[in-house]
Design a protein around this ligand. Sequence first.
Ligand code: MSP
Length: 485
Amino acid sequence: MTKKNYFQISTAIDYPTNFPHAGHLYEKICTDVIARWKRLQGFKVHFSTGLDEFGSKVAKCAKAKGMEPQKFVDYMSQFFLKLCKLYNISYDDFIRTTEKRHEKIVNEIFMKNYDNGDIYKGEYEGLYCVDCETFYLEKDLDNGYCPIHKKPAEVVREESYFFKMSKYQERLIKYIKENPSFIRPEKKRNEMLNRLKEPLRDLSVSRTSVDWGIRLPIDKKHTNYIWQTALINYLTTVDYPNKKFKDFWPCLHIVGSDIIWHHSIIWGSFLMSAGIELPEIFVHGFVNIKGQKMSKSSGVVVDPLKLTDKYPADAIRYFLIREITFGHDGDFSEEALKERLNNELANDLGNLVSRSLTMVEKYFDGKIPKGKNELKFDIEKIKKLMENYELTNALSEIWKFVQEINRYINKEKPWENEKRRETVLYSVLDSIKIVSILLSSFIPETCEKISKQLGFEIKSLKDCKTNLLKEGKIKRGEILFKKVE
Ligand code: MSP
C-alpha cells in the first residue's frame, strides 16, 4: 500500500488518566522498530504517537486530583513524553488532542460527514452507570447491575447526534474481504467479519452531558464523541488535507486488540463517509503478567519509567520484542528479562564485540585487518519477515547470525591460529557490522555504540553486504551490557 517512498505509521494515542505502563510501552517499541526499519530501507517516515486527552474519564480523574482538566493533562503528558525519551521512541509527531490544530481537523471531518448526509439528530437511550460514566448494553450488566460498581444502571435519555454507520456495513464487508492487508493478522480480520454478521447500529457521536470535549460546529450544546475526536488525530499529524497528507496517507495503525473495532469499523466508516482512503491496521497482543492483562484498573502493572533504573532501555526493547510474538499475547517477567539480558545480549552480542575488538588491539595494533568475509547471511529472509511485520521472527533470525559469528570465531580460534587470524578477524568485524545495521531498529543505542567502535555509520540496509567494512582504527569502548544477577 505504501505510496512512492513515503510511509506513515502510528501508535494508538494513550489515555493520560494514569501513568504509562509496559503495555503502552510495548506498542510504542513495536511501532518504533517498524518506523526505524522503514527509514533504513530509505522511506521517508512519519511516525506519530500521543495522547487522547478529552472525555469524561479524563475530566473525572482531573477532578479527583483537584485540577482543571487542561492542567491535569499538561501534567500527565510529561510522563508519556519521558517514556518515549527513555526508550528512544523515534516519533516525528507527538500529538495531544487538546491542541488547537486538532480541533480544526475534527470539525472539518465532522462537517464532511454532515454534508454527506451521514449525521442526524436523535435521542440516545442507554443503560448508564454514573460511577463509570459509561453506557452499557443489557447483556453486559449483571441482571441490570453494573458489573464493576454493583449498582443498578439507570436508563438515560439524552439528545445526541448520530452517525449513519449502518449505511456502511456492506461497503465495509466488501472492503475487508477485498483488502487482506486492511486488518492483520488474519484472525483479527475474521473476527471483524464475524461481528459484521450482526446489523451495524448507527453511532452516537455527540454528548450534551460531557463538557470536556470539542464543541460540535453545528451545535455548541454538544461535544464530539471522544473516539471520533481521537481517531482523527491520524489525519491531524499529517496536516490533512495538505501536502504532507497527500504524500503520506494512508497510515499503518499499530493498535492493541481491544480497539480493533474502533480502528477498522468505526474509523473505516468515518473515512468512507469523508471520501478518504482507508488505512491499514496491524493488531498486536497484550503484555500480560502471569497470564493477566496489564492495566491500571486491575492493578497489575509494570512501571516502565522505573524499569530503566535496573535495566538498559535496549535490553527491555529487545526482551519485549523477542519474548512476545508480535500479534500474540505474551508474558512479562523480570526473570525472563534477566535471562535474555545475560545470555543473549551480554554473552552472545556483548562478549562477541568485546573479545573481537580486544584481539584487534592485541594483534593488529587496533587497526581493522584486511581480508575477505567468509561468512554468509540471508538478508532477504529477514527483509521478508519484516515486510510481513513478523518482528519477533525477524529478530530471532538476526540472532542466529550473531550465534553463527560466535560459532565461527570459536571454531577458528584466531588467538591460536596466526595464519588465519587476519581473515577470521576481518570476517568477524565485517559480520558484526552487518548484524548491527540489522539490529539497529531493535536496539538502536547499542548498535550506535558498536558502529562508533568499529568506525562505520548506520544509514541504510543497502550497506548490509559483506566486505564493505573499511580499514581504519577501532575505538574500543565500554562493554555493551553488564550482567544482572
Ligand atoms: N485512547 C484510546 C486509543 C485511541 S486511538 C485513536 C486507548 N487508550 S489506552 O491508553 O487505553 O490504550 C492505548 C494502547 O495501548 C491501545 O492500543 C491498547 O491496546 C494498548 N494497551 C493497553 N494495555 C495493553 C497491554 N497490557 N498490552 C499491550 N498493549 C496494551 O485505548
